[in-house]
Design a protein around this ligand. Structure first.
Ligand code: 4NP
Length: 200
């Protein structure tokens, strides 16, 4: 079992025993099995699902389209919190997206139990969300989420420096929203490279 600063509820790819129970084989622990034409299902998760996760979803979808890979991906986003269920993305986030040629039409929803089965990759926008996702998975499914499924999205930012997090812009000024877009853009490229290695 892996013990990290993010808590204990994430299973290492080669750790097939869970708290003394019978061994479990993880498909995601064997990257060669991932090389198929199957749809790759990706969920972006932040707190409110109105700022960071909708823009990262939108930017990644645009990259998929640009690369002619549309049929190979299914992307969605969700929030760990319930505050904005049903809402469009924050108007400041939509304004930045529009300046960059993207229309954000996602309606906020909360992370739910079925997401842990329905998605191959869950990308957390920050460490608090990462811990929340891992804890929710364990509480709702009884399984420890694999570190081949749950990632901090910022790890794919080639310019991330010390930070592991996509900063929350909600209580910040307009510049913070542009900064989130720039991070989303860089992470999308890095994540696509990671997926190419694994799947194509
Ligand atoms: P997000 O930003 O997690 O990037 O969607 C936030 C949106 C709303 C709140 C906090 C962060 N809120 O406290 O309502």
């Amino acid at each position: 079992m892996k013990t990290t600063s993010l808590g204990k509820a994430v299973r290492r790819s080669n750790d097939l025993s869970v708290a003394g129970s019978a061994s479990v084989t993880l498909v995601a622990a064997r990257p060669h099995l991932l090389r198929s034409k199957a749809l790759i299902r990706i969920l972006f998760v932040c707190l409110g699902n109105i700022c960071r996760s909708p823009i990262t979803e939108g930017v990644f979808n645009a990259l998929v389209q640009e690369k002619g890979l549309k049929g190979q991906f299914h992307c969605d986003s969700a929030g760990t919190g319930a505050y904005h269920i049903g809402c469009l993305p924050d108007s400041r986030m939509r304004a930045v997206a529009k300046r960059h040629g993207l229309a954000l039409i996602h309606r906020a929803r909360q992370l739910q139990q079925s997401d842990f089965q329905d998605f191959d990759y869950i990308l957390a926008m920050d460490e608090a969300n990462y811990r929340h996702i891992a804890r929710q998975c364990f509480q709702q499914t009884g399984s420890i989420i694999s570190e081949n499924k749950l990632f901090l999205y910022r790890q794919f930012d080639p310019q991330r420096g010390e930070s592991q997090n996509v900063p929350d812009p909600y209580y910040e000024d307009d510049d913070a929203f542009e900064e989130v877009y720039q991070i989303a853009y860089r992470c999308a490229g890095g994540f696509m490279e990671f997926l190419k290695e694994r799947h194509f």
